[in-house]
Design a protein around this ligand. Structure first.
Ligand code: ADP
Length: 259
């Protein structure tokens, strides 16, 4: 990560933000938000100034995963003050919406909401702004890539064929939009039974690495199916905030990204 926006139209990028990292997936439920929040916390623990923008319009889960409650303040009605949790500056579309209402927005409204979160939120000085995208290849992805020129994208997938199939589409979209794919992450890779130590490959194993090799994209690592990861996300303190082996796995992932 690091670097500057590409040419073309003037990108809508907050003034103090050095780089934008998009976290994407083809399918929903593969752990894109979990990886985004843990990566944000791991980078912040390494002393980087990190922002997390939850742009998953249809399932904004970052406020819950990061344990951030309350509504962001806007004393002047224009600039929105973000929240702060676990050393990360946080803004989520979910903080502006009624959590029990479904979002039925058309493309232009989605574009407007994303631009607003980019330009009106007081992000301050950040080394990296992580954008947790909705799954798939829709208007939010298009707007982000075309208007804000992300430095790069990470694609999260499970090893399952149906997830990989959609992850390929997401990578194809980034190629078309000239956003470099910095790497692939296999999430929910293996399950180590805590009772007997048996290792099970519930969604398969190794598919994402094989795909990376085929496409010549860096493989950034495999994260296991881990009960504590799920519990930590649900409790609002990402596992990366602690010092368990999973926290170390996220620290390594952060290291690989900033190399
Ligand atoms: P997405 O953002 O791709 O929709 P989430 O990050 O919301 O996916 O994850 C979906 C569910 O799976 C959440 O309940 C989350 O806690 C859980 N989860 C994600 N990654 C893991 C993992 N490695 N091990 C166990 N549970 C996980």
């Amino acid at each position: 990560i690091g670097g500057h926006p590409k040419g073309g139209d003037e990108p809508v990028r907050p003034a103090g933000v050095r780089s934008i990292l998009a976290v994407a997936s083809g399918k929903g439920g593969v752990g894109k938000s979990t990886v985004s929040s843990n990566l944000a916390v791991a980078l912040a623990k390494q002393g980087r100034r990190v922002g997390l923008l939850d742009a998953d319009i249809h399932g904004p889960s970052q406020p819950r995963m990061m344990g951030a409650t309350g509504r962001p303040a806007s004393p002047d009605g224009k600039i929105i003050e973000p929240l702060h949790a676990h050393g990360v500056t946080l803004m989520s579309i979910g903080l502006m919406l009624d959590p029990d209402k479904a979002v039925v927005w058309r493309g232009p409204m989605l574009m407007g909401a994303l631009q607003q979160m980019m330009t009106q939120v007081n992000w301050g000085e950040l080394d990296v702004l992580i954008v947790d995208l909705p799954p798939g290849t829709g208007d939010v992805q298009l707007t982000l890539c075309q208007k804000s020129a992300p430095t790069g994208a990470l694609v999260v997938s499970t090893p399952q064929d149906v997830a990989l199939l959609d992850a390929r589409k997401a990578m194809d979209m980034f190629n078309t939009l000239k956003t470099p794919v910095l790497g692939l992450i296999e999430n929910m890779s293996t399950f180590h039974c805590p009772e007997c130590g048996h290792e099970a490959h519930i969604f398969g194993h190794g598919g994402v690495q094989a795909e990376s090799e085929k496409l010549g994209i860096p493989f950034l690592g495999a994260l296991p199916i881990d009960l504590d990861t799920r519990l930590a996300g649900d409790s609002g303190t990402p596992i990366a905030a602690g010092d368990s082996p999973m926290a170390q796995a996220y620290a390594q992932l952060a290291d690989r990204l900033v190399q």
